[in-house]
Design a protein around this ligand. Structure first.
Ligand code: CO
Length: 456
């Protein structure tokens, strides 16, 4: 059987290239054709898509999902889920995690890809259990990074734990696009030898090596590849769906996608890309290779955030220094993978270290909490001197961080009954409180007819 393909244009593709600004109408426009392509799944939902709907587009993300589900009769819909962080940036209580999983599945999600920034299994357990309970397909992602501790052996032992936890498949989540071809080959071979689960590879073209890495992954026996249809592929996004399909034509790996449907979908999405190019949202820089990320090991999204953060503060000239400081901060913190929320935390700390001229003179609240163990286990021992400077002799917790959190859902429901029409609204509030409330107030003002069918 050939390699399976997951289409990412409607989640990661536009997140990576146009700051997740594609609106629901644009997302839905290509779906009838994409549904005929023969994908393993279409990725459509995740933290940034949810956030951008409420914050920038004045749209209900739940409504987007329900409409997409109505169109996609043949293809599974997939979402990205940050373990105990759900789609947000902090740990949430178990009742919110479980309710979010339940409602995601009931509104149309088939596959939930769950990851934890620190690869701390305890932060995955609640979401995994809930996915199983509500009949979803559960994929667990390994947050891929490079460091002295993140070896093939490390990922193999993690994968074994993941298999025990009840995952249906494993994804190597290379958010920075730094997985080298030979490493991919060795890693996937080892994973295939040591687990029985299908292996998927998710990566980004930013560094210019990813088509080569995908080919080595295929030779090592990868089962599923994340690709984006041409108008939203390459650069900081994923390798191009049509090109990968073509490259494998006639081989044992042939994904055998429906080329006519792919062309029709690409024809629909090309003007969408042009629109965002013309209004400046799509920066041509995002489409060019940036091999520097292979040195700095920084995800494309984090790099563009750093540039805008430094520019806003009038320190655009400090970028190089900040990029050099990032590996030092990572080392001090026990080599956390640079994925949300750790990418933002490490990035901000590196900026503060450089701008103040004294390392850890200023420390964001989140880094302070991290050092108390409140994000989970450190991947490697941390720098004790740095820890002492920031938290003194405070105790570091060794239990699961969410064990301290009391149930939140019913209290929120009571507090916001004026604004929230459904449990889905409460979940939007739980994750993005002010942003969601603004959206609901606007919704009232607009008196838009609300065409939401409540789930039983
Ligand atoms: Co990605």
């Amino acid at each position: 059987m050939g390699v399976k393909i997951v289409e990412t244009a409607l989640r990661d593709g536009h997140q990576s290239l146009i700051a997740t600004r594609m609106n629901t109408e644009e997302v839905l426009s290509a779906l009838p054709e994409l549904d005929k392509v023969g994908y393993h799944a279409i990725e459509i939902w995740g933290g940034a898509t949810f956030d951008a709907c409420l914050r920038f587009l004045n749209e209900d993300p739940w409504e987007r999902l329900r409409k997409a589900k109505k169109i996609c009769k043949n293809t599974k819909l997939q979402m990205l889920f940050r373990g105990q962080n759900i789609l947000g940036y902090r740990h949430y209580a178990d009742d919110i995690v479980e309710k979010f999983v339940e409602k995601s599945i009931k509104n149309g999600i088939d596959i939930i890809r769950i990851f934890d920034a620190l690869n701390d299994i305890r932060n995955l357990e609640c979401a995994v259990k809930a996915t199983k309970k509500y009949g979803g397909e559960c994929q667990i992602a390994l947050s891929y990074t490079t460091s002295p501790v993140h070896t093939v052996d490390y990922y193999v032992s993690l994968a074994k734990e993941i298999e025990k936890l009840g995952a249906d498949s494993i994804c190597i989540k290379d958010m920075a696009g730094v997985l080298l071809p030979q490493t991919a080959y060795d890693l996937i071979k080892a994973l295939k030898q040591n687990t029985r689960l299908p292996i998927e590879l998710h990566s980004h073209c930013t560094g210019g090596i990813m088509e080569m890495t995908y080919m080595k992954a295929i030779e090592a026996g990868v089962d599923i590849l994340d690709c984006a249809i041409s108008p939203f592929s390459s650069g900081t996004s994923q390798p191009c769906t049509e090109s990968i399909n073509f490259a494998l034509k006639g081989t044992e790996y042939d994904p055998k996608l429906n080329i006519e449907a792919l062309n029709k979908a690409a024809n629909i999405l090309r003007p969408v890309r042009t629109k965002y190019f013309n209004n400046g949202t799509l920066n041509p820089k995002s489409l060019a290779y940036n091999p520097n990320i292979l040195t700095y090991q920084v995800p494309g999204g984090m790099l563009s955030n750093l540039v805008s953060q430094l520019t806003q503060q009038g320190h655009a000239d400090k970028l190089e220094e900040v990029l050099k400081e990032i590996p030092n901060v990572r080392k001090d913190l026990g080599y956390p993978p640079l994925v949300t929320p750790l990418s933002q935390m490490v990035g901000t700390q590196a900026v503060m270290n450089v701008i103040t001229g004294e390392r850890y003179k200023m420390v964001p609240k989140e880094i302070n909490e991290y050092l108390h163990g409140r994000y989970g286990r450190f991947p490697a021992p941390i720098n004790e001197e740095v820890k002492k400077k920031i938290i003194g002799n405070d105790k570091v917790i060794t239990y699961r961080p969410a064990d301290d959190l009391k149930p939140e859902f019913e209290a929120l429901k009571k507090k916001y009954k004026k604004y929230a029409k459904h449990d889905e609204d409460i979940l939007s509030i739980a994750l993005f409180e002010d942003v969601a409330l603004n959206f609901f107030k606007q919704r009232e003002l607009d008196k838009k007819p609300i065409k939401i069918k409540l789930e039983a």
